[in-house]
Design a protein around this ligand. Structure first.
Ligand SMILES: Cc1cc2nc3c(=O)[nH]c(=O)nc-3n(C[C@H](O)[C@H](O)[C@H](O)COP(=O)(O)O)c2cc1C
Length: 370
């Protein structure tokens, strides 16, 4: 079993590095989100403060490297490079699903390396929601957290990925009550995240009621796990190939899922799924995300080492800083006060579902009649 889990994890890394397992026709929706340029920003770029406090932790910039890996020797290098970079930059990171190491203690060090290289950064442990249906409980979650001395634990939901595999674990009946059990028994915050298909308002509400302390939307526009399973399928695996292709772009676009969640729950919402630039990050923060997260681009640089990982993240931070300058946001929190115009399909979806789109466009100075 552990061998199988290990192989699957190695496949994910290889496919996400070598193949184009990204959304094909679908987009994040951030192309419909527009920040308003200010000719008079009335701030000094030098004094822009990107720091933010979320879940009791101070981040030097609102960025969390998304959960990806562990369980293989290659994963140790990747987690080490990410950890060193986020420690230097004052960011956070998630490790990948820790199931392999819960099954085989020899693999623990492939995850524990993250805390070793990042003694003070915010580290998120990771466990599958579907594992909670197959015997995992508070004990296993605590074990996963201890392994990386975690600041929080993420429970990932991956119904789409399971559904495109003929042997997938598709019994999700009762996952919510298991999540409630974990949220009730763990001291550190429990985050629930999707893995590329998004979270609807209805589910965000249920998760908040279950005691979850943050929601990461993990929505459409970036890495597609239907695509990953398409590439994993062997040539003779007709059904998996067919389903992988059919559901390649399935899910809720990231900008939409983010608004659905932030207009529904009070807990912090983390924007993720296809964020590829500092500008995407600024838009997400302007739509009230508390943190932003990205995975695949960081994987690409992590295999080249710490310096490259740091460079990728630093570029994103400087791009975010520039956007903040150009919209007159001196602090990260100020982005949630600047006007944002939401257009096109994204606006149409949100209005049809009863969300407020116009409110974003008239906030800030205009609202005060200037
Ligand atoms: C190689 C790879 C492995 C992943 N493994 C996990 C995992 O074990 N647990 C998890 O919660 N999410 C996992 N994810 C999903 C990411 O955390 C994230 O939700 C998703 O990739 C969307 O972000 P992106 O478009 O920036 O890649 C993985 C992503 C990648 C690229």
């Amino acid at each position: 079993m552990a061998e199988e889990t290990k192989r699957r994890k190695a496949d994910h890394i290889r496919i996400c590095l070598e193949k184009k397992a990204q959304a094909k026709k679908a987009t994040t929706g951030f192309e419909d989100v527009h920040l308003v340029h200010r000719a008079l920003p009335e701030i000094d770029r030098q004094s822009i403060d990107l720091s933010t406090r979320v879940l009791g932790h101070k981040f030097a910039a609102p960025i969390l490297v998304g959960a990806m890996t562990g369980g293989t020797p290659e994963a140790t290098q990747i987690n080490a490079a990410i950890a060193e970079a986020v420690e230097t930059l004052g960011l956070g990171m998630g490790v990948g699903s820790q199931r392999a190491a819960i099954e085989d203690a020899k693999l623990e060090k492939t995850f524990a390396i993250a805390r070793k290289k990042a003694p003070t950064a915010f580290i998120v442990a990771n466990i599958g929601g579907v594992q909670l249906m197959r015997g995992y409980g508070v004990k296993e979650v605590k074990k996963a957290m201890d392994m990386v001395e975690a600041d929080a634990v993420a429970i990932h939901l991956n119904a789409l990925q399971e559904a495109v595999q003929p042997e997938g674990q598709t019994n999700f009946k009762g996952v919510l009550s298991k999540i409630r059990e974990i949220a009730d028994s763990v001291d550190q915050p429990v985050i629930v995240k999707e893995t590329g298909a998004g979270i609807a308002a209805e589910d965000a509400k249920k998760l908040e009621e279950a005691g979850v302390k943050a929601i990461e939307v993990g929505a459409v526009g970036g890495t597609s796990f239907a695509a990953v399973e398409y590439f994993r399928a062997k040539a003779e695996d007709d059904v998996q190939r067919f389903l992988g292709e059919a559901f390649w772009d399935w899910g809720i676009p990231t900008a939409i899922s983010l608004v659905e969640a932030t207009q529904t729950v009070k807990v912090p919402v983390i924007a993720s799924g296809g964020l590829r630039s500092g500008s995407d990050m600024a838009k997400a923060l302007a739509l009230n995300a508390s943190l932003t997260s990205l995975s695949q681009p960081v994987l690409q640089s992590a295999v080249r080492g710490v310096k490259e990982t740091e460079r990728t993240l630093s570029c994103l931070i400087e791009e975010l800083r520039n956007v903040m300058f150009l919209v007159g946001a001196e602090k990260t929190g100020d982005l949630a006060k600047v006007p944002v115009v939401v257009t096109g399909r994204t606006a149409e979806w949100l209005r049809t579902r009863g969300f407020n789109v116009e409110g974003y466009a008239i906030r800030g100075a205009r609202q005060r009649g200037h």
